[in-house]
Design a protein. Structure first.
Length: 204
């Protein structure tokens, strides 16, 4: 098995959830780091959507099939079950309608891998309590006026939304800033993990 040791740690965790040769859509794929690695190391049939034209240009230069698009608008262009898996990495909190986005991911894909920064992480809580200002951390590295984040959700918030929308969590991997998995429950992870990965499916 190929180990994704050359990937950004949080992306390496996502890569470990992808099977060889799967049909994959990476939504908000950035510079194509994950998509490029999966294409060459797990032989996925990969596609990408990226909002920024500069990111699209970088991806295309790498030989990746990536188009410019918006997760909230352009997923409707894809037929049902077009992909085995759809990836949305640290982007859900930057969308205007997270509920609709989750359902769109699971309409075009059999499962979705969603990662988020955790606004319930203890350092975030402490900095807000101690300074009275919105924290800047490794996973929340922008000031409040420069961030793309719209919805400040915690691990428990997303787990609750998934349940409320009639979806199910197939896998849950809380992790620290180095991308190292933490062995703890949802409630403990909400305090200890500064980011988390959810593998989500429709309930059968």
């Amino acid at each position: 098995m190929v180990t994704p040791d050359k990937l950004r740690p949080d992306l390496a965790l996502i890569a470990e959830q992808i099977n060889e040769g799967e049909r994959l859509l990476d939504v908000g794929c950035g510079n194509g780091e994950l998509l490029h690695w999966l294409t060459h190391n797990k032989k996925v049939d990969g596609r990408g959507i990226e909002l920024g034209q500069s990111g699209v240009n970088v991806c295309v230069a790498k030989g990746l099939f990536v188009i410019q698009g918006d997760a909230e608008k352009d997923l409707s262009d894809y037929p049902d079950n077009s992909f085995d898996v759809v990836v949305l990495s640290k982007t859900l909190q930057a969308t205007h309608r997270p509920r609709e986005v989750l359902h769109a991911l699971l309409r075009v894909g059999k499962r979705a891998i969603v990662s988020i920064p955790n606004f319930g992480y203890w350092r975030v809580r402490y900095k807000l309590l101690a300074t009275g200002k919105m924290p800047v951390t490794r996973s929340l590295h922008s000031t409040w006026y420069d961030t793309s984040n719209i919805h400040f959700c915690t691990i428990l918030d997303l787990a609750e939304l998934i349940e409320a929308e009639g979806l199910q969590i197939r896998e849950f991997i809380p992790n620290n800033s180095l991308g190292e998995p933490l062995d703890c429950s949802l409630k403990r992870a909400n305090w200890r993990a500064n980011q988390a990965l959810f593998v989500i499916e429709n309930k059968s």
